[in-house]
Structures are given as C-alpha cells and as structure tokens.
Design a protein around this ligand. Structure first.
Ligand code: UTP
Length: 407
C-alpha cells in the first residue's frame, strides 16, 4: 500500500488524524504505520452506536452432570478419558492473549509470581496441572499457547528461560491472536505512538480463527486430534484434560463439555449455562429475571444454578461452522494507553475508550449440544483477575493453601 492509498483508506472512514505525525517519522516509522493501516480491519468501528444488537431468544434450563453423578460413574468416565488421551485425540489450548489490566502488571499474566516463601508463577501452576495428566497417561499432549502481539515475545522468552516448567518444548506451539483497533468514546482512533494506531487483542473468542490463520487446524487434523481443551490463564486450580471430564464429554457425545461450578448465591455475577431457543447458551447474571433466578428443577434445586469457569472441551470437527463473523462483537469500555494531543504518553487510570472483542462464551451458542460438567469450586476455581478482593491473588492464595499447595 502506498502512502496515498493509506491516507485515502483512513479519510474514507474519517480517521485521517492517524497521520498527524507522519511527516516527522523515520522511514521505518512511516513504513510501519502504512503497513498497520493496510493490515488492520477497521470495520469494527462501524458497530459503534450499533452494537451487535443480538436479540436474545427464549431461555430454558439445561441440567448439569453433577459431582454425585460423576463420582458414581467415575471409573467409566476415567477409563474412556485415559483411552482418548492415549490415542492422541486431545490437545490443550491456553488462552494467554489478554492484557490482564485489572491485575495491573505490565508483564503477561502467566508470569505473575503468586508464591509467598518461594516463587510460584501462574504459568508454572497451569503447566504443572497438565503435567499430572501427561504423567498419568504417558502421553505428551500438545499444548498450544495463544498470545497477542503485545505479550508474545515476553511470554516465549519467559517460558524458554524456565525450561517450560518441565514440559517438552517440542510439544508446545505458540500462535498470536488477531488485534482490533481501539478508539475513544467518540469513535476516534487512538495513537499509541506517533507511528502506531492503538490496537488490542480481539477477545478470547478469536482463538479458533487465529489458530486457523496460523495453519494449526490442519496440523490438528493431520495428527488425528478430535478434542481441544480451551482454558483461561488465570485459574490456578483448574484441572486440564482430566480424564473424567474428557471421558464424560466423549461418552455423552456432545459438541462441547463445559466445566461449571454451583453458584455461591443465586445472584452471583457469573454466566449460567442454559438453553436459548433450544441451543446451548450462556445467560449473563444481569439477564436473569427474578423468576429465572428462583425457578426450581424437578429435584428442587435452582434451575439456573451452574456458572461457567472458562474451561471447555470442544469437539474440533464442529468448529469450522463457528465462523468469527457469526459471533457477536462486544464493545467494552477499557483503559487504553495512548499519546495525547501533544504527543505525550498517557496511561489512563479510568476507562477512556472502547475495545472490540469477541468472546469464547458466544461460541457455545453456535454449537448443537453441550454438557455442563460440575466441578467443586474450592478445588477447581481460583481465578486471578485483581490484586486483592474477589477473584484476586489474595483469594487464590487462600484456595491454593486449602488444596495443600505449597506457596
Ligand atoms: P479476561 O476476560 O480476564 O481478560 O480474560 P484479560 O484481558 O486477561 O484481563 P483484564 O480484563 O484486562 O483485566 C480471560 C481469559 O481470556 C484470555 C485471557 O488471557 C484469559 O486467559 N484472553 C482475553 C485472550 O486470550 N485474549 C483476549 O483478547 C482477551
């Protein structure tokens, strides 16, 4: 793309100001800015003031496979799970492309040290959990790690330096997720440097399309992988590809298995797995009417009672139909680092604009069936979003201690 073409592209969408500093840039800076204009998809900006507009359908409850039922069938599930893993039919995907802004660290979240008397990194906990299954099954499961342009180099450098915490390096594959532009509340693009438009990772729902763009869907099918366990970086207690979960999902013959925990209170702020117009879906806590919150199932338990914890086992053959252009776009208020009118760097303390994201939860509704699989909250759910308070380093440390994990 030439400078004139880049300028025409931006003026057509009223964003010519991104060239404000162009004349004073080095040749390298000029080329980088033009390349970014060429490569970035700015169509998301059109959705401002016209968000995905998805009208929700009719919700109905979706029963979960409860811990008591899992215990009763543990051997059956476990044996099928181990067999599936040993046959090389499973892979794991760590979603580590997020910015972790709430935690307030400039480094990738997985590099955060949650130890007290010794270092214990988030990545170390996650990999340690997967290693348990590797040891049990004698199978080096492929581990994919999704990063973003913002944290890729630091993530790769750190894991290499730490020898992948004992994981076999040749079984780990990184790929970068796509980026989306970020803008102020009036829809004007921010610059993060004089030669760079502000962009941010396009949300964890972009994982499948980003994986395909990296050619990794072909690799998975060539290797005969049928299931992929997709999980967040910040839950330091979750089990990954635990054989019972794998076995139950395979046996129930569903499109996706989703780990869920029983809600702590009926109004807890978690998304609840249910059906929407007969298809699996997640109803957000603010969408739950009082009536739904109090509805009971035949056993007398609340009918909308199981919240998702971002740990899903997807059947790979169903994913090509989950195209990213079918996923709703979420427009989220965030703190976006930028340069001001005078070219000075600004790190805002409060949200100053919008980011555009697609979310993995929205993929569930594109699939035909889902198994909500209950796990015990105290044993498997210790997300780290903040430094202190709810879902924090503090609360995760308490839960790790309760699970006898040395800190
Ligand atoms: P969060 O929703 O907690 O977002 O991500 P975040 O960006 O990490 O944190 P905040 O909101 O800025 O504080 C849940 C999971 O999804 C991944 C995260 O790395 C985490 O594992 N994620 C999120 C991505 O991989 N890409 C994204 O664009 C966003």
């Amino acid at each position: 793309m030439t400078y004139d073409e880049a300028r025409a592209k931006m003026s057509a969408i009223g964003q010519e100001h991104v060239f404000k500093y162009y004349d004073g840039l080095s040749e390298e800076g000029k080329t980088a800015l033009i390349r970014q204009v060429e490569e970035t998809d700015f169509s998301v900006l059109k959705r401002l003031g016209n968000p995905s507009g998805e009208k929700r359908g009719v919700f109905s409850p979706l029963g979960a496979l409860k811990t008591s039922e899992i215990e009763a069938r543990a051997k059956e599930f476990h044996d099928i799970g181990v067999k599936t893993i040993k046959e090389g039919k499973t892979a794991a995907l760590l979603l580590a492309g997020g910015m972790g802004t709430r935690l307030g660290s400039d480094e990738p979240k997985g590099m955060y040290d949650i130890g007290i008397t010794k270092p214990l990194y988030i990545f170390e906990r996650i990999i340690g959990n997967l290693l348990d299954v590797v040891k049990e099954t004698g199978t080096w499961i492929r581990l994919f790690i999704m990063t973003s342009e913002k944290n890729h180099d630091a993530t790769v450098r750190f894991l290499k330096e730490k020898d992948f915490f004992g994981y076999r390096e040749d079984r780990v594959l990184f790929f970068k997720q796509d980026m989306a532009p970020a803008c102020d509340f009036e829809g004007r693009l921010f610059l993060e440097a004089k030669d760079r438009i502000s962009t941010s990772p396009n949300g964890n729902g972009g994982w499948y399309s980003s994986m395909c763009r990296a050619g990794l869907d072909r690799l998975l099918s060539d290797e005969g992988v049928e299931w992929i366990n997709v999980f967040a970086v910040d839950n330091v207690l979750q089990r990954i590809l635990d054989p019972c979960f794998v076995g139950a999902t395979v046996l129930e013959n569903v499109s996706v298995g989703a780990k869920v925990v029983k809600k702590a209170t009926p109004d807890e702020k978690v998304g609840v797995l249910c059906l929407e117009d007969g298809r699996p879906s997640i109803v957000e806590y603010y969408e739950l009417s009082d009536e739904m919150m109090n509805e009971k199932d035949e056993s007398g338990e609340r009918a909308y009672n199981y919240g998702v914890i971002l740990n899903y086992l997807f059947r790979l053959s169903e994913l090509p139909s989950v195209a990213d252009d079918r996923l709703p776009l979420h427009i989220v208020k965030k703190q976006i680092p930028c340069i001001d009118e005078n070219g000075r760097e600004v790190k805002p303390e409060a949200p100053n604009g919008y980011k555009f994201e697609q979310l993995v939860v929205d993929m569930i509704h594109q699939l035909s069936s889902c198994l909500p699989y209950e796990v015990v909250r105290e044993k498997e759910f210790a997300p780290i979003k903040n430094l202190t308070g709810i879902d924090s380093v503090e609360s995760a440390r308490e839960l790790l201690k309760k699970n006898n994990i040395e800190l």
